[in-house]
Design a protein around this ligand. Sequence first.
Ligand code: ZN
Length: 189
Amino acid sequence: MHYGRRKRFETSEERNRPIERFCDRAECTEEGAYRAPKSRDGADGYHLFCLEHVREYNKSWNYFAGMSDVDVQDFQRSAPWAHRPTWRIGDNKASRFEDMRMSDPFGFADSEEAVIERARRTERRFTADQRRAFDVLQIEPTDDLREIKLRYKQLAKRFHPDANGGDRGFEDRLKRINEAYGVLSASLS
Ligand SMILES: [Zn+2]
């Protein structure tokens, strides 16, 4: 993230917190602070992107037709959810969906019913182990192995000690990421 994009109201504590949710765009290591639905009605869940990639994504759908780039940035920045961590590992499902609903910038079909229905569908389709693994990889549950693999590679790269000056604090995280990917690739292929 470029310096100029830092949020005005961030405290130094917030600024220094580790990034926990990365942009969904493969290989991108920016924070996934901006949310975009995978389909028009939001029924397929959401991507989380960095500012650059949410703009790229939105552009393809023409959400912001007629708005300048500056307007789009102001709009995103002024949204109440823009400064909050969007996803914390270990949260229970209820609060995670709560987070998702509150961070819906476009007011897509995120009624209580839609959120509950999506959770139910996920529970029917995936085992508890698989759902835990999706949590670790921080992606919406999917049986698209390609998408899972992309996510895995992105996180593995991000948390590899070599990419972090040999910081051993990342080893545990990397281990959990490896295990989660193992669970999903074995059970979904
Ligand atoms: Zn990005």
